[in-house]
Design a protein around this ligand. Structure first.
Ligand code: PLP
Length: 387
């Protein structure tokens, strides 16, 4: 059997012609294609408060920036103001993720505190979060690992308690880069009162080449983000003369252009279809990989409907496991390296037994739209032969 990759770019054949039209149109910046794509995302997600950006990393940077600095117009999305006024605020976050989740905290000079993970789900441990949350907590950043959602209701209860105890409700920023198509409690991520950041990078469910989207809980914050992604200027109100605009709050250049928007638009339907295949393959593995010596499946709970970007589990002797699958033509990998071991964040190290356990044993196998019935049977057969 030919090599089965862990990731594959899902590109609709339509994209080539659509991008060609943009290239020939004489307008390739942020324009009508971006408006259309943002509108389509809003329709799928079921909220108008969707703001496209150039990447999820840019989106996370923007969301943190907004949480850490008071808006000139006093919008409610300014809860971390005290972090910057010398009172030593902290961002609580998981180290078991892509560096893209955490480096925007570090590069903005904000202090972070690592939260342990639950090895049973590879998501942030709400027990450790409850222990670490305190008067200095300004924001919580979490990732929905492999698309499997964090319990956002339990998290909201925790925030209620923190707010009652400390008088500040921390902002929650959900890194949904693995989770296009995931629902929690039957609703897409981004609709649970937090800020949610999606990635449309090359190998995510939905790709623009590079791109991302930030979903805000209110229209005010979304409007602020639409200005901040383009230097702090309003590009949408008809009749606005751009060069004459006063900028009351300086912003970034984090917008998505029409080339990327056309790619995303062409891939939207494909991504929705592909998520179903990812899910179906994951359900197959959930059944077929039960009770195998040295293999532990991850948590599955009612109402947590994962988009299964990859299929993760925990195995004994992981290097042997990966080598054995390699012989069978199957790519397997831990996907991300724990972030807390990097020297640039050495100052924040603390004991994280859940991360130790997860980091030593986690592995992901191919589950995506390119995995057909013959392939998934082959994967199960190779694993069942042992390693
Ligand atoms: C891919 C990824 C990102 C970064 O997304 P970009 O759009 O490439 O910036 C962030 N977080 C996680 C967990 C990712 O997998």
């Amino acid at each position: 059997m030919a090599d089965i990759p862990l990731f594959k770019v899902a590109m609709s054949p339509r994209a080539t012609a659509d991008v060609g039209e943009v290239l020939a149109s004489g307008f390739i910046g942020q324009g009508p294609r971006n408006d259309a794509f943002e509108g389509a995302l809003a329709k799928i997600l079921g909220t108008p408060n969707v703001v496209t950006v150039s990447s999820a990393t840019a989106g996370l940077h923007l969301a943190l920036h907004m949480a850490a600095s008071a808006a000139a117009d006093g919008t409610r999305f300014d809860l971390a103001r005290r972090a910057l006024s010398g009172e030593g605020g902290e961002i609580l976050t998981s180290p078991l993720t892509c560096t893209a989740t955490n480096w925007p905290i570090v590069t903005q000079g904000l202090d972070l505190r690592w939260i342990d993970v639950d090895p049973g789900s590879l998501n942030i441990s709400l027990d450790d979060l409850a222990r670490q949350i305190g008067p200095r907590t300004r924001a919580i950043v979490l990732v929905h690992w492999a698309g499997y959602p964090v319990d956002l209701i339990a998290l909201s209860d925790l925030l209620d308690q923190a707010e009652a105890a400390h008088g500040v409700r921390p902002v929650v920023i959900e890194d949904c880069a693995h989770a296009w198509g995931t629902t929690f409690g039957g609703r897409r991520l981004g609709l649970h009162g937090n800020v949610a950041v999606y990635s449309f990078q090359a190998i995510k469910h939905l790709t623009c080449g590079d791109g991302g989207a930030v979903v805000f809980p209110d229209a005010e914050a979304a409007e602020r983000a639409r200005r901040l992604r383009w230097y702090g200027m309003d590009r949408r109100t008809p009749g606005t003369v751009r060069w004459k605009q006063d900028v009351s709050e300086a912003g970034f250049k984090f917008h998505m252009n029409d080339i990327a928007s056309a790619i995303g638009m062409a891939n939207l339907d494909l991504a929705e279809c592909n998520v179903k295949i990812h899910r179906d393959n994951a359900a197959y593995y959930d059944q077929a990989l039960q009770s195998i010596d040295g293999l532990q499946l991850l948590e599955r709970k009612e109402g947590h409907d994962s988009a299964a970007w990859v299929y993760s589990m925990r195995v004994k002797r992981r290097d042997d496991f990966i080598a054995r699958l390699g012989i069978g033509g199957i790519e397997a990998s831990p996907v991300h390296m724990r972030n807390d071991v990097h020297s640039c964040v050495a100052a924040y190290r603390r004991p994280l037994p859940g991360v130790d356990e997860a980091d030593a044993s986690m592995v992901s196998i191919p589950v995506g739209w390119w995995v057909d019935d013959a392939i998934r049977k082959h994967v199960v057969e190779v694993i069942r032969q042992g390693w």
